[in-house]
Design a protein around this ligand. Structure first.
Ligand code: DHB
Ligand code: FE
Length: 285
């Protein structure tokens, strides 16, 4: 049977992708942030996952206000890189895992997590920037990916608790997949940021660290955080953190925190990465 072998969460800041793609990582503004990534990259390199489920949000690249799936799963063989207005990122197209994706779709839907099935989809910075952070700059990505989108762009997004429970359902699906895949689960987005309005530029490091502590050690409490608290404390785009709860729900009830790093400033966001390993004690009930 397939197995969840770990979890990674990371912010997905477009400007970080630009810094990578244009060879600016060593510039004074970026170097202190990129210096924090090697422990995560080494952990991922040693893990050698066979597949990754990447939970992210589309930023009006594949979807638009015409069509707003709360949850969507990509079942394609390949996902082209989206042009978000300044050309496609020069990174490899993302290879899918249709068999695992269809198994996930079936298992989730029969588990009463109705999810939109997407057979053709371009992927944006929400997915590709964390891929670059985890896997550096390879000619081909080292493993196939099942993209799983969560609507956090148009109100009403799903609650943190719903996302946490989706993670648990993803775990049940992977545990019942009749392949030998060792699967990495990734959640992207966050941490605190607000890109528009009077509070544009808001960052709340203290609140973000409390969120991380709860996510790791008391995930039910993290899952109970409501939309108003995200908005007030983490800014209008802080709601992206609900995708970290999907990742957490797919891991064991008890986890080991392998690595955590956060950084300010990088663009408008409190930029964070988190690496978790299962304790071996088993999934959430
Ligand atoms: C930024 C962060 C995001 O999560 C995003 O989707 C777009 C921009 C930023 O900090 O610039
Ligand atoms: Fe975003």
């Amino acid at each position: 049977m397939a197995e969840v072998v770990g979890g990674v969460a990371s912010s997905h800041i477009p400007a970080v992708g630009v810094a990578i793609d244009r060879g600016r990582k060593a510039e004074p503004y970026w170097a202190p942030y990129f210096a924090k990534l090697p422990p995560m990259q080494e952990w991922v390199r040693e893990l050698v996952p066979d597949a990754a489920v990447v939970v992210y949000n589309d930023h009006a690249s594949a979807f638009s206000l015409q069509l707003i799936p709360t949850f969507a799963i990509g079942t394609a063989v390949e996902f082209p890189i989206a042009d978000e207005g300044f050309g496609r990122r020069p990174v490899p197209a993302v290879q899918g895992h249709p068999e695992l994706a269809w198994h996930l779709a079936e298992s989730l839907i029969l588990d009463e997590f109705d999810i939109t099935i997407v057979n053709e989809m371009e992927v944006d910075h929400g997915l590709t920037v964390p891929m670059s952070l985890m896997f550096a700059e390879p000619a081909e990505w080292p493993c196939p990916v099942v993209p799983l989108c969560v609507n956090v762009v148009q109100y009403p997004p799903p609650t943190g608790n719903r996302c946490f429970n989706l993670g648990k359902a993803i775990r049940r699906a992977i545990d019942s997949y009749p392949g030998a895949e060792r699967v990495l689960v990734v959640g992207t987005g966050g941490m605190s940021h607000q890109l528009q309005g009077e509070r544009a530029g808001l960052v709340n490091e203290a609140w973000d660290h409390r969120f991380l502590d709860l996510l790791v050690g008391e995930p039910e409490q993290a899952a109970a955080i409501g939309h108003v608290e995200y908005l007030r404390e983490a800014g209008s785009e802080g709601i992206e953190l609900v995708m970290w709860l999907v990742m957490r729900g797919a891991l064991d009830a008890e986890v080991r925190e392998v690595y955590r790093a956060t950084h300010v400033p990088t663009s408008n966001t409190h930029n964070g990465v988190l690496v978790l390993e299962n304790s071996g004690g088993g999934p959430f009930p």
